[in-house]
Design a protein around this ligand. Sequence first.
Ligand code: CO
Length: 134
Amino acid sequence: VFDRIDHVGVAVDDLDAALELYRDRLGMREQHRETVGEFGVEAVLLEVGEGHVELLEPTSEDSAVGRFLARNGPGMHHVAYQTADIDAALGQARDAGLRLIDESPRTGIRGSRVAFLHPQATGSVLTELVEPAH
Ligand code: CO
């Protein structure tokens, strides 16, 4: 059900400073920038082959990423796996007894459908499932 790694999510407190690193110094192409209201973040996708780095700056302190930054500071936030059928992937995780954050998919960046598994169920690695918009 998991087709490939879609992106690695990185929490940042300053998107433009992070772009100076990833885009200007590491040379990754900036592909997309979007404020994702559902998650309270401004996000940038950088191109890494078919995958991405997703930089996330919270737009509010009580968003999940805002709370993460307050607790941990900037750094690696989540890994996202791409699936062609997120309902099946989520059902598989549920049937396996894994704790979910999202019982049903939400709308993520670029109109994708996304859902998070609870890090307590995944060895403290926050795990996202992504079904790209068709
Ligand atoms: Co993500």
